[in-house]
Design a protein around this ligand. Sequence first.
Ligand code: NAD
Ligand code: ZN
Length: 406
Amino acid sequence: MMQRFTNPRDIYHGKGALEALKGFEGKKAVICVGGGSMKRFGFLDRAKGYLEEAGMEVRIIEGIESDPSVETVMKGAAVMQEFGPDWIVAIGGGSPIDAAKAMWIKYEYPETTFEDMCKIFGLPKLRTKAKFCAVSSTSGTATEVTAFSIITDYQKGIKYPIADFEITPDVAIVDPELAETMPKKLVAHTGMDALTHAIEAYVSTVHSEFTDAPAIRAIEMIQRDLVNSYGEDMTARDNMHTAQCLAGIAFSSGLLGIVHSMAHKTGAVFADQGAHIIHGAANAMYLPKVIAYNAKDPEAKKRYGVIADYMHLAGSTDDEKVAALIAYVRGLNDQLNIPHGIKFYGADSYPTEQGFVPEKVFLERLPSIAANAILDACTGSNPRQPTQEEMEKLLKCCYYDTDVDF
Ligand SMILES: NC(=O)c1ccc[n+]([C@@H]2O[C@H](COP(=O)([O-])OP(=O)(O)OC[C@H]3O[C@@H](n4cnc5c(N)ncnc54)[C@H](O)[C@@H]3O)[C@@H](O)[C@H]2O)c1
Ligand SMILES: [Zn+2]
């Protein structure tokens, strides 16, 4: 079967890679940024300066919120339509970069609705007006190299993935200096997001040799560097920026699985209870449960075994290796101060006796969350296709932190 492996035309990496902006050609550039961290640490000014050195007029779209909304996308696209950039440069974490990708679609095709955008691999040709550069400042989503953008519909409380190789950026800048300013909690969450990307891509039903290689290398590096990066070791922090990008290269073409389906459908659905379940933390809690569930598929079990071997975990049979991998991920969560279940997830994301999602609310919403998770774009490439009943059981295990035995 024909498959496709698609990446940005250029990936500039290493310290100082931000300077690559100086070499861009064009008349007008818009820079999309988030809530202020990039401004505070001087990266926004530097980026603007480099683009001006390249002879471009620069406009800034600021204040893109975490887990960006459809409204933010439409507002930003209107600014682009008015300004007419030939470069869109998005700087920050997954949120501003994802929002900028969706703005780009709307800028190129003003008639497009959000519903149109969400048709999987159904986008029209982009780059008729602008090219796209992504500069990542967190070490997790790897959206700088991926064909995805995650936008939240707050009316429905659902995160929708936009998926199409058209939105794979033209240029990715992976400059570890930008990641050095991350607070510890962000290191933990985004790092577990990256590990989940690599593991889900490795067992995905559409994985290939092209995606296996970066996935395995990412897993090895994350095992070596994530806890040290959390402990403020800056060499490890720099390595994590590369590792998460490799994981992105793996999952952009190799796709993901139901850890992400469940994270997308639980992230914003309890926002009315006072908080989000942060994407990376959701993945970290659900990953061990999904490994246990998927390992009932013989092919997936074997592949988890291969991962455990590359990580030099204990075990001689595949069952033992799967158990060791699950134990390893749970141990990581402990070291990174991430709880093991939604019930124990505090509004501040730290483990607590009683988290911000009450049991009653969870159980009321469970059937619809499960139905939505099954419909998520990430479910199709998971090794097992869960029924409604199985998905509800799985989500319950993720809430109470109980063992998966089905
Ligand atoms: N497109 C994809 O392929 C993909 C994959 C996984 C997740 N996502 C999505 O990405 C979003 C999460 O992105 P994220 O985890 O990168 O976080 P984020 O972009 O939401 O940023 C979180 C916070 O960290 C701050 N921040 C960012 N970089 C910083 C730095 N270097 N120093 C200090 N503070 C910094 C931001 O200002 C923000 O307050 C979610 O919406 C998730 O669903 C997308
Ligand atoms: Zn993710």
